[in-house]
Design a protein around this ligand. Structure first.
Ligand code: NOJ
Length: 524
């Protein structure tokens, strides 16, 4: 009998963005062969699970978040057989695997949309939001900028909250619900351990399609009925042992966010409140308290997320004068102190890996990669860039593995250029350059993740704040462990302790310098 572990409650989950992890076949685009060859990196890092960004057949209008077939693998990445092999090789290495499901929309190449476009009276139009009219039904905006409606040659309009190549599905239709339940079963039966749910709060739309009001209920964001969908997904997931549903839920209201995590809904959701929080002791402490409070109320584990494939890498964010994140103000190209950002990112790693709950690591953050902000306009690929002038390419650059010049071991020799250019300065950030260097970001992550498993305090669900100097955060986990993070401008004394386990930067004697975190074993 399988023992239910609820592994997602305290796992370290590593996000693979398959285009940019490792290229096995030399076309300059990452693929499953590359991931399988580099699985050892993830085993050495000590992660518990991989979350795989979309790998399905796709015209790649939005880097794979435009899915044409949820039950296969895009040839640029490999085959379904290679995906099955990767799942079992990951399992053999003790690593679980989560797939990314995109239920809000499909690709315009999906057979349903192709059928819907074939004739104005095609029944498949009911799977989407088609409306007749001289003008668009309303003035909703695409999340990437520009209108959310596109007109077909026959005069109808269809809704797309992202690009026109990502038509929104109509979740009022029972066939849409049945199809996604069948897709979930397909991947659970293929042995995956969890599902990351893209744009989880957007699925339902008010069928009257009203304008977005300044105040009052939003017509497509976080509609109450969406919870019934996740209740049925939960019933389905509960039919398989130990599978997790993890929502991408961007909601400023913590109470509304927590509704997705009620005991009969999703198991976890990404903590964007933490990701967007400034490097500021009072704001971080308030964010941590809010997070723990709202999750405890529904019995769900907190998650700690610093970066992903949509946001400015946190080394860069933390090196700016304004350290928050929001899509509206990406501050691309404003001054950045990468040394300061790296120092803070090291401290943030020890913070996020020692808070109770699950921690997410976006590929390359373990190498200390920064946002590549000087990609020439002609090489940018992100549709958000074309529609809004803010792009996400800078956090999606292929990983540097070894060597002194691009492609830094990303592709085999004699390969096409990487699909996005790598900065030459990354020669110092390759996996090979950092391995064995105790002062590197990579060794910091490796040691921290190893200690996270080994230290009894770090496995305790308890956390309590300690009194400390102004401008610092200090807390215990269980009786024997403490983390102190100095966000003030001056060195601070350490609390009484038995030994130092790990520090993000060298200590100054018995003092903790600014922008430094330390893990301590306490006397018990
Ligand atoms: C959220 C994904 O993380 C992002 O990359 C994508 O563009 C949108 N959802 C649309 O699927």
């Amino acid at each position: 009998m399988t023992v239910a572990t609820q592994w997602w409650r305290d796992a370290v989950i590593y996000q693979i963005y398959p285009r940019s992890f490792a290229d096995g076949d030399g076309d300059g685009i990452g693929d499953l062969a590359g991931i399988r060859r580099r699985l050892g990196h993830l085993a050495d890092l000590g992660v518990d699970a991989i979350w795989m960004s979309p790998w399905y057949p796709s015209p790649m209008a939005d880097a794979g978040y435009d899915v044409a077939d949820f039950r296969d693998i895009d040839p640029v990445f490999g085959t379904l057989a290679a995906a099955r092999a990767l799942i079992s090789e990951a399992h053999a290495a003790g690593i679980r695997l989560i797939v990314d499901i995109v239920p809000n929309h499909v690709s315009s190449d999906h057979p349903w949309f192709a059928a819907a476009m074939a004739a104005p009276n095609a029944p498949e139009r009911d799977y989407f939001w088609f409306r007749p009219g001289e003008a668009a039904p309303n003035s909703w905006r695409s999340e990437f900028g520009g209108p959310a409606w596109t007109r077909t040659a026959d005069g109808d309009w269809y809704l797309h909250l992202f690009t026109p190549e990502q038509p929104d599905l109509n979740w009022e239709h029972p066939d849409v619900r049945a199809e996604f339940e069948s897709i979930l079963r397909f991947w659970f039966e293929a042995g995956v351990d969890g599902i990351r749910i893209d744009s989880a709060a957007l699925l339902l739309k008010d069928p009257a399609l009203p304008e977005v009001p300044e105040h009052g209920p939003h017509p497509y964001h976080d509609l109450d009925g969406v919870h019934e969908i996740y209740r049925s997904w939960r019933r389905l997931a509960d039919g398989y042992p130990d599978r997790a549903l993890i929502g991408e839920v961007w909601l400023p209201d913590a109470e509304r966010f927590a509704r997705y995590l009620r005991p009969d809904e999703l198991h976890a959701a990404f903590n964007f409140d933490f990701l967007g929080c400034a490097w500021d002791p009072a704001l971080l402490r308030a964010c941590i308290d809010r997070t723990l409070h709202v999750h405890a109320a529904v019995g769900a584990p907190a998650t700690w997320v610093l970066s992903n494939h949509d946001v400015t890498r946190h080394v860069t964010r933390y090196g700016r004068s304004d350290t928050t994140f929001s899509f509206a103000t990406k501050r691309e190209g404003t001054p950045v102190d990468l040394e300061l950002g790296t120092r803070r990112a090291r401290a943030a790693a020890l913070l996020s890996l020692s808070l109770p709950g699950a921690a997410y690591v976006y590929q390359g953050e373990e190498l200390g990669l920064w946002e590549h902000e000087s990609i020439p306009a002609g090489l940018r690929q992100d549709p958000m860039w074309a529609r809004s002038g803010h792009g996400r390419d800078g956090c999606r650059v292929p990983l540097p593995w070894s060597g002194d010049e691009p492609p830094f071991g990303f592709s085999p020799t004699e390969a096409a250029d990487p699909w996005l250019p790598q900065p030459p300065e990354w020669k110092d950030l390759t996996v090979a350059a950092q391995t064995g260097d105790p002062s590197s970001m990579l060794e910091l992550y490796r040691t921290a993740i190893r200690l996270r498993r080994a230290e009894p305090g770090l496995r305790s669900p308890e956390m309590a704040w300690l009194d400390t100097a102004p401008g610092a955060l200090a807390y215990t986990r269980g009786p024997g462990f403490a983390c102190v993070v100095n966000l003030s401008g001056a060195p601070i004394p350490l609390p009484d302790h038995e030994s130092r386990l790990l520090a993000s930067s060298p200590l100054d004697g018995e003092l903790l310098p600014p922008d430094t975190a330390v893990w301590l074993r306490l006397r018990t």
